[in-house]
Design a protein around this ligand. Structure first.
Ligand code: NAD
Length: 513
């Protein structure tokens, strides 16, 4: 059954707010040391809904990257180091307020760059980001060390106290992808600032503009010049130069496993701290006792939200043989009811993928799966339109060795297979190089407990999927990453421990006067 397309597929720029339009029309360079720096050359940004060029962004050279890192290093030893914890907290709280005050331009710019729905960029990149900033703001005043009375045997005289201090790790290179560009930038920036670090942010080539807008808001929020710098560019060399700059102390990366591996090698070789949030191929397990009235629509949402461009998209479905047909038919029917349309249009339920090259790659995975014997239940096509649209797709009867099952497709493509018992479900789910998220749909507590313990994933959701709370650590196992975003863990990761020993020879404190 084909989807009836009634909505317009091209973004209507007439619907954009005045501040969005003037920002898009302005020339974009870099944000270094609190100033807007002109770019010597630029590259074109294309609207994913049409392929048309709508703006240009700065192409950073090695010199620009070095300038940004040196501004961050200077700021680390400058006014920022004298900000007390409550002043860092106040900056983050003001930034959260400013994000919400600028919700319209931020979400519209993100939508035009990425093709993501306006309601999605508004909620995820703006409102959820403000929530993350407020949570992280609180940590600025709560970082502390410990005091321990010591008993070093080879220091017999006097008394010893031991202290630990948590100090900011230093200059952080934050390198982020396009799929939730502003939101993930905030995940990186907020804990780094709470800990007292300074930052060079490098957004993805497709989505550079909200990072530049954010940098302006950060100044307004009271962050001193050079605390948050932004460099942009279309080539991997910009990220490589940033990772390799000797004055970068930590790399905080979200992106593909392939690039993450390269960054790990570079950073480890220079003994830099690094945190990697990488790709996924997350399983959704629907047991025979699941409440299908919830599991079916939620499994559809797990894969089709954000057009399947989610790191923890529920892209592999395993349903018990007894309910398999009902589940796959239900998800396929939902897929067919999803209206594709321009991302700025509030009626659209799914917009284009990030660009035409990506949509072609996604469709090639589907075709290969079909050639290898998968059965196409719905979708599997683009639209006769220059936008990067891909119809929501369901492939059933897949086997574990198919590429479409093993590799991250990063589009609205669900692969489905059945299982006979819990052990087989877990074994199918764990048969992956990735380990980001997994969900279990069941009403049986024993089954839930068994699977929760056995699944190899950084996040296991029960009767929900991709539910991320800022107070819980989020990070991948296996090829899905190292380290964590969100929660206290993310703040601690931006600190380094120093221990200090104080030796007191005068032990009687009663007659010190
Ligand atoms: P990508 O790895 O191609 O790029 C990510 C960023 O790294 C971009 O800013 C890019 O310019 C930069 N980069 C590219 N090559 C580099 C290099 N050699 N050194 C340093 N930087 C380099 O990823 P993408 O296509 O932008 O995003 C999609 C990927 O991100 C998917 O794999 C997705 O699963 C992953 N992702 C993971 C999470 C998570 O939290 N685990 C969240 C969102 C996205």
């Amino acid at each position: 059954m084909s989807v009836e397309i009634e909505l317009r597929l091209d973004n209507d720029y007439g619907s954009l707010g005045q501040s969005t339009r003037s920002f898009l029309d302005s020339s974009h360079g870099f944000h270094i040391g609190g100033k807007q720096v002109r770019a010597a050359s630029t590259y074109a940004l294309q609207d994913p809904s049409t392929g048309q060029v709508f703006a240009h962004a700065g192409q950073a050279r090695m010199l620009d990257v070095a300038d940004a890192v040196s501004a961050a290093k200077k700021a680390l030893g400058g006014a920022w180091s004298r900000y007390r914890p409550h002043q860092r907290e106040a900056c983050l709280l003001r930034l959260a307020d400013l994000l919400e005050q600028h919700a319209r331009p931020l979400s519209e710019i993100e939508t035009v760059c990425s093709g993501r729905l306006l309601q999605n960029t508004l909620h995820v990149d703006v409102h959820y980001s403000a929530h993350v900033l407020r949570y992280m703001a609180g940590w600025a005043t709560k970082l502390s060390g410990r005091t321990t009375p010591l008993s070093v045997p080879y220091v017999p005289d006097g008394e010893l106290d031991g202290f630990t201090f948590r100090e900011a790790v230093g200059v952080v290179a934050a390198i982020v992808p396009w799929n939730v560009a502003l939101g993930i930038a905030i995940w990186k920036i907020a804990p780094a600032l709470a800990a007292g670090c300074t930052i060079v942010l490098k957004p993805a080539p497709q989505t550079p503009l909200t990072a530049l807008y954010l940098a302006q808001l950060a100044l307004e929020a009271g962050l001193p010049e050079g605390v948050l710098n932004v460099v942009t560019g279309s080539e991997p060399e910009v990220g490589v130069a940033l990772v390799r700059d000797p004055d970068v102390d930590m790399v905080s990366f979200t992106g593909s496993t392939e690039v993450g591996r390269q960054i790990a090698l570079d950073a480890a070789g220079a003994f830099k701290r690094f945190s990697l949030e990488l790709g996924g191929k997350s399983p959704v397990i629907i047991a025979q006792d699941a409440d299908l009235s919830r599991a079916i629509p939620q499994a559809a949402w797990a894969i089709f939200a954000n057009h399947g461009q989610n790191c923890c998209a529920g892209s592999r479905l395993y349903a018990h043989a007894r309910v398999f047909d009902e589940v796959v038919d239900g998800i396929s029917a939902i897929a067919e009811s999803i209206t594709l349309g321009a991302p700025l249009d509030s009626q659209s339920a799914m917009g284009p993928l990030v660009n035409r090259a990506h949509s072609q790659r996604v469709l090639a995975y589907v075709q290969e799966g079909i050639r290898e014997g998968a059965s196409l239940r719905t979708g599997g096509q683009g639209l006769d339109h220059p936008g990067a649209y891909v119809r929501p797709t369901v492939l059933a009867g897949v086997s574990p060795q198919m590429r479409v099952v093993r590799e991250e497709v990063f589009g609205p493509v669900l692969v489905a297979a059945s299982f006979e018992n819990d052990a087989q479900a877990v074994s199918l789910a764990n048969d992956s190089e990735f380990g980001l998220g997994a969900s279990i749909w069941s009403r049986d507590l024993d089954r839930v407990r068994y699977m929760t313990r056995k699944l190899q994933a950084g996040s296991v959701w029960v009767n929900t999927h991709n539910t991320l709370d800022v107070s819980l650590p989020f990070g991948g196992w296996k090829s899905s990453g190292m380290g964590h975003d969100l929660s206290e863990e993310a703040v601690l990761a931006h600190t380094r421990l120093k221990s200090s020993v104080h030796h007191y020879l005068q032990t009687d404190t009663t007659d010190l006067t």
